[in-house]
Design a protein around this ligand. Structure first.
Ligand code: ZN
Ligand code: ZN
Length: 385
């Protein structure tokens, strides 16, 4: 069972108990006054009496959930972010041009491991992939260093199913900082632990590639997130190991992390809601550009099984192109999607009105009376002629 949010995977996996014993779900039983009746039976033979002692404790046993700071994880994040700034400084001062290009390319390419892999394939089962593609995706994902696929997908399933409740691991209702990175350095809400333990993960448990990565994660992390990215620039174009470490491990890793964090924070806060105005995920172009097409988040939360994670034609989505490319090779198949009518129905019912429902003249979704008037106008024009 998975209890922690930790990046320090050694403490991430162990049999969980519900919380640490101090925190109780504040939402469901807040304010309950619990009366306890305790019966004390005596064995006083002379009196042969049973004394009943009713003790009523009107104590408020519910405590507001107060998360604790996990200092090791806090130091890891502090180190990564400060090191990232230093890496960017080196990019601007002493790094070789190819080193910077290589770092940016690595951010871009490895991102598909998250978007097309851990997210669309493994979290949402939005399509199927042959073992070759799954292996490629798991290696790309390992380069990003975002824990292993199993635990990423587990948290993501909980995030969708219990979005913006106490059970959401990065509940955006707790603010920008919490949903961005705070959730990784604080103890999780007990509801998160409870729901994590209730999610069906049997499909991933049956995937030998996922379980192989989970088993060997520390060594794979060392190899793909640190050793290879750092040694390639040093070996092929004689970059200094110092520069390569801070740029190709530290800065690159942290930049990828923050791009993924933006989906949890920004894409739950600022943008339009064409499909469902009652939820907080939004359509955000900037996040889509940074995160390879993952910023169409209002759509994605409404139709999480769609491999496109966005409506066709709504812009930049390289992860969809990635899946299309591998579908042509036959490595990606059984792509799940959503019909145009399903989208329009939902947009009309719950959207905020920003959905571009009509593409132009002749669109079947033009209002009936508008269509009739258009026909009248066309007829009048013909009589004028
Ligand atoms: Zn998702
Ligand atoms: Zn979300």
């Amino acid at each position: 069972m998975y209890e922690n949010n930790s990046f320090l995977m050694t403490e991430g996996l162990h049999e969980g108990v519900l919380g640490n014993g101090t925190a109780i779900n504040s939402g469901s039983i807040k304010g309950n006054l619990i009366k306890r009746r305790i019966k004390h039976e005596t064995v006083d033979e002379t009196q042969q009496k049973t004394h009943e002692n009713i003790e009523t404790n009107e104590t408020n046993e519910t405590e507001e959930f107060v998360p604790h700071i996990r200092w090791p994880d806090t130091f890891v994040q502090l180190y990564l972010h400060l090191g990232c700034l230093y890496g960017i400084y080196l990019c601007l001062t002493s790094a070789r041009f190819y080193t910077v290009v290589f770092a940016l390319l690595t951010v871009y390419m490895s991102g598909f491991g998250i978007t097309a892999g851990a997210h669309r394939l493994w979290s949402h089962r939005a399509y199927k992939a042959t073992w070759q593609l799954r292996l490629l995706l798991v290696l790309l994902f390992t380069i990003t260093g975002q824990r292993h696929v199993y635990v990423w997908a587990l948290d993501h399933r909980v995030h969708h199913k219990y979005s913006e409740t106490d059970a959401d691991p990065h509940n955006a209702k707790r603010g920008f900082f919490f949903s961005h990175v705070g959730w990784l350095v604080l103890t999780p809400h007990p509801s998160v632990i409870e729901k994590r333990n209730s999610v069906d993960m049997s499909d991933l448990e049956a995937d030998p590639i996922v379980m192989w990565q989970k088993k060997y994660y520390p060594i794979l992390f060392l190899l793909f997130n640190i050793i290879l990215p750092v040694s390639i620039p040093a070996y092929f174009w004689q970059e200094s190991l110092w520069n390569s470490f801070w740029i190709n491990f530290n800065a690159r890793f942290t930049i990828t992390l923050n791009i993924a964090f933006f989906v949890n924070s920004v894409a739950h806060m600022w943008g339009q809601k064409p499909y469902d105005k009652n939820i907080s995920p939004v359509e955000n172009l900037a996040v889509s550009i940074a995160a390879l097409g993952e910023g169409w988040h209002n759509y994605h939360h409404v139709f999480p099984w769609d491999y496109k994670t966005g409506e066709l034609g709504n812009g930049y989505n390289p992860s969809t192109s990635f899946i299309h490319f591998f579908a042509k090779l036959g490595w990606a198949y059984e792509l799940k999607s959503v019909s145009k009518n399903m989208i329009l129905r939902r947009a009309k019912k719950t959207g905020d009105g920003s959905h571009p429902q009509i593409w132009g003249y002749g669109d079947e979704d033009i209002e009936k009376e508008d269509k009739e008037e258009l026909e009248r106008m066309a007829a009048e024009e013909m009589t004028v002629e």
